[in-house]
Design a protein around this ligand. Structure first.
Ligand code: PEP
Ligand code: MG
Length: 325
């Protein structure tokens, strides 16, 4: 099996009937880039920048961040690199940053909310990213967007930082795509409106599932409610993809679901454009996709959207993978 997968390392990702998608990697640090390249990744779909801030005694400076982003962009060449701005809070704390104890940290001041309430920290990251943008194909993504106002505020700060840098004489790329993560149901429901304003979406299913079923992703007692195959979640994903495509925008997925063998046939059928996963899953996913027929998966997806329970969907997909792969 490993040998069959290895042959796919330098090929594009395409179904039997010529439907192309992109398979990219999730990384947490510049050292992870090698793994993505060695496993045939077509880019980086999620760079979780919070690890730059963790395991140390103070905030990373603009210069330190600039160096990290530059290394990643340089090592990826022309390939796209989606960098997610700081997603701290929730389960991730910083020892050197005062954060109030919250009753529900996952519903509290995390990610973009925290960045918009601590603007100096956010600004430092945006400046570092913009300065690094000339070294590759940078895409900037904001996490945990719930409302249009949050997106506008974040984008305004990015544009403001760009003007400042240019005035200071720094070079900044003019081709940076700006996108948001879809991981809060409110944003998924309003995807048609967001799609007019962003360059792309990336669906964060780890959180989207947690918030859709109101089930803490860390709590085993309610893990039975963590249902990627539930038609309610699949319908939400479908809405997001359709809304984006209507505006000519692309949609990726960077939650664990994107790399799950059994989810891939449905996601292909729903029209997902980009799958971002851990490096070691990429070649297997490319192999699975190469054995699928896109038109059949479109039919399969519309069939499972009419089902009632996650188990029914799951069983139907098991049948497909047995036949086709
Ligand atoms: C997600 O929520 O799916 C995601 C990719 O973000 P994280 O797992 O870092 O919260
Ligand atoms: Mg998330």
């Amino acid at each position: 099996k490993q040998a069959i997968w290895a042959q796919l390392k330098n090929t594009s990702t395409v179904t039997m009937d010529n439907h192309y998608v992109e398979l990219v990697g999730n990384i947490g640090s510049p050292e992870d880039v090698e793994g993505v390249n060695n496993n045939g990744g077509e880019g980086i779909g999620l760079y979780r920048t919070e690890f730059l801030y963790m395991g140390r005694k103070n905030l990373p400076t603009e210069e330190e961040q600039f160096e990290a982003y530059k290394v990643v962009l340089n090592n990826m060449g022309d390939k796209p690199v989606v960098v997610r701005t700081l997603d701290i809070g929730g389960d991730k704390e910083l020892p050197y940053m005062e954060m109030d104890k919250e009753m529900n940290p996952f519903l509290g001041n995390r990610a973009i909310r925290l960045c918009l309430s601590k603007k100096d920290i956010f600004k430092t990251q945006l400046r570092a990213l913009l300065r690094a943008s000339v070294y590759g194909n940078l895409r900037i993504m904001f996490p945990m967007i719930a409302t249009m106002d949050e997106f506008h505020e974040a984008k305004d700060m990015l544009m403001e930082s760009k003007c400042e840098l240019i005035k200071e004489g720094s070079r900044v790329s003019d081709h940076i795509e700006i996108g948001i993560m879809i991981e809060i149901p409110a944003a998924a429901i309003l995807a048609d409106q967001f799609a007019k304003e962003v360059d792309f979406f990336s669906i964060g299913t780890n959180d989207l599932i947690q918030y859709t079923f109101a089930a803490d992703r860390m709590n085993e007692k309610v893990s039975y409610l963590y249902q990627p195959f539930n038609p309610s979640l699949l319908r939400l994903i479908k809405m997001v993809i359709n809304a984006a495509h209507k505006e000519g925008k692309w949609v990726g997925m960077c939650g664990e679901m994107a790399g799950e063998q059994l989810a891939i046939p449905i996601l292909i059928g729903l029209g997902l454009d980009e799958f971002s996963m851990s490096a070691t899953s990429i070649l297997q996913a490319r192999h699975i996709i190469s054995k699928l027929n896109y038109n059949d998966m479109v039919k399969l997806a519309s069939e499972v959207l009419q089902m009632t329970r996650d188990k029914d969907v799951y069983n139907r997909i098991c049948g497909v993978l047995k036949e086709d792969v």
